[in-house]
Ligand binder design. Structure first.
Ligand SMILES: [Zn+2]
Length: 183
């Protein structure tokens, strides 16, 4: 969908109501070092940035007001430790999430239980949202619990009991040596 791009907006105090009323989009990127809760456990990888995009809209649900909605997409890469070979592994974090903003916390809690595919949040004061902690929360949730290479770069050390005994000398090797012409 081609949404109007609202370049006037500041993502650190996003005007949710305006973004929703205009059905506008906004995108940008931040260095991952600005997300210390994420990078304390997961070092920045790739280009070291989180690339994000938000789209606003108002969507009515049956029997409820047309609440402001925010679609968030974000991607970043972090360096974790492979749980199979214990070497570093770069994992792509991909976020695609919908948020519905309602009048207050009580309504958010009530509605959040009913809705599976979106998060319901209370509208922040004056409808101004700091997007950065929201993006950081979602990236943290996207970190794999068991990071692993698809194919580990090093051969895995074999458990000791499967190690083969050194190959025995071939029985004819000594004979062959005897047959070598003497220099
Ligand atoms: Zn590995």
């Amino acid at each position: 969908m081609n949404k109007p791009h609202d370049a006037r907006q500041d993502a650190r105090r996003l005007d949710l109501l305006r973004l929703a009323d205009d059905a506008a989009a906004l995108d940008g990127h931040w260095p991952l070092t600005d997300l210390p809760r994420l990078t304390s456990d997961a070092a920045p990888a790739g280009d070291g940035q989180v690339h994000w995009r938000v789209e606003g809209e108002r969507r009515a649900v049956a029997g409820a007001a047309a609440d402001p909605m925010l679609q968030l997409q974000a991607r970043a890469a972090v360096r974790l430790t492979c749980q199979r070979c214990l070497q570093p592994v770069d994992e792509a974090l991909v976020v695609a999430r919908s948020f519905r903003f309602v009048a207050d916390e009580a309504e958010a809690e009530r509605l959040d239980e009913d809705v599976d595919d979106e998060d319901v949040l209370a509208l922040p004061p004056r409808g101004r949202l700091d997007l950065l902690p929201l993006v950081e929360d979602e990236l943290i949730l996207a970190v794999p619990l068991v990071p692993r290479h698809e194919t580990c770069p090093e051969p895995l050390p074999l458990p000791e009991d499967t190690l083969e005994a050194p190959a025995e000398e071939h029985p004819f090797a000594a004979l062959a040596a005897l047959k070598q012409p003497k220099p």
